[in-house]
Ligand binder design. Sequence first.
Ligand code: URA
Length: 442
Amino acid sequence: MTSAPDDTTPPTSAVEPFDVVDVIRTKRDGQRLADDQIDWVIDAYTRGIVAEQQMAALAMAIFLRGMERPEIARWTHAMIDSGERMDFQALSKPTTDKHSTGGVGDKITLPLAPLVASYGVAVPQLSGRGLGHTGGTLDKLEAIPGWRADLTNAEMMAQLENSGAVICAAGSGLAPADKKLYALRDITGTVEAIPLIASSIMSKKIAEGTAALTLDVKTGAGAFMKDEADARELARTMVELGTDAGVHTVALLTDMSAPLGRTAGNGLEVRESLEVLAGGGPADIVELTCALAREMLEAAGVHDPDVEAALADGRAMDSWRAMISAQGGDVDAPLPVAKHVEEFRAAEDGVVTGLDAMGVGVAAWRLGAGRSRPGEAVQAAAGVEIEAHIGDEVRAGDVLARLHTDTPERMPRALESIAGSWTLATPGVAAPERRIVMDRIA
Ligand code: URA
């Protein structure tokens, strides 16, 4: 006979309603997961009931078998429900946010957030750190002396109200299931799956509570989605998830076959962003920044903004200075400079008709701009400065790129990665025209 539990009875472990091995088998065999299986597995994983190995097996099954749209929607909402939801409705301005699926030299958030905020709208950019060959916005901004990524929710709200733009780390309360799962996917070869990327990005954005979202979905050698058809499918899936959740969502499909701009690496990318904010900078960065700014502003009710003028006349730069100094950054301090710089030169004459984003991204990462384990320190000054980009004519011996690092022992492996990155055609041959914005999906 068992006695009735009282205050001194230790809690018995609750009986779980599902067996995780059955859930894994269901997806392994290509079947659709039931709503309550999805709700349970995300919740049980967040609670630590489902082990990392089991979730890794399920993620691989999803990678290989895919998910139907209703499954992706349910998975996304289960991840939202794993944590808190933010609410920007108390702000006196409309909110508009942007998310990029990640690429090489993708520093667009840096000029974009202050540019959009200069129109009196709030831009809450909860950003991440780089892992692998793609850089992270927070790592880039940490190259600015004094700048801090961690803000409380109250600090974030105050900054949105005052200077309009915030770029900071997402608090640990926002979609914690995604935080765990993303770290696991990163080390189990399961990042590049449409259902997992779409639910990861959209769970954070919906939980964040933005009214409008512009997605920059990248395709090409340096993107997670190398294939254009896959990138389109990812964009459509995310637009549908956002729209169904009441977020005004638009996606631009953009080119990531070559690096964006002429730098890849934290401090180097801040420097290039400052050139854009000063009214100059590489044409591809300016084009994409302006295209995304127009979408974000339109969604916030600002029609036909002359965003090029806001870059040229210093409004965006003023907004940048307010945003950076509000987070402790010294806007006038010099950016860090690498201790060692090596030049990589052309072996022959030619016109650059291709520049492999992956080769450049991996080189920057190997130089110390990125990390190979979560939590590892990155070098603020490490990275690649591109001297010859698509369309440029070079002579044998001309500098194609400068490699920056504080630790010269990293040079040989970085050079190995970058060596085959340029495609040169006979001088006089026209380079193919590069379309930065390939399509708009709404
Ligand atoms: N960015 C995310 O936040 N999640 C992914 O899965 C991929 C890119």
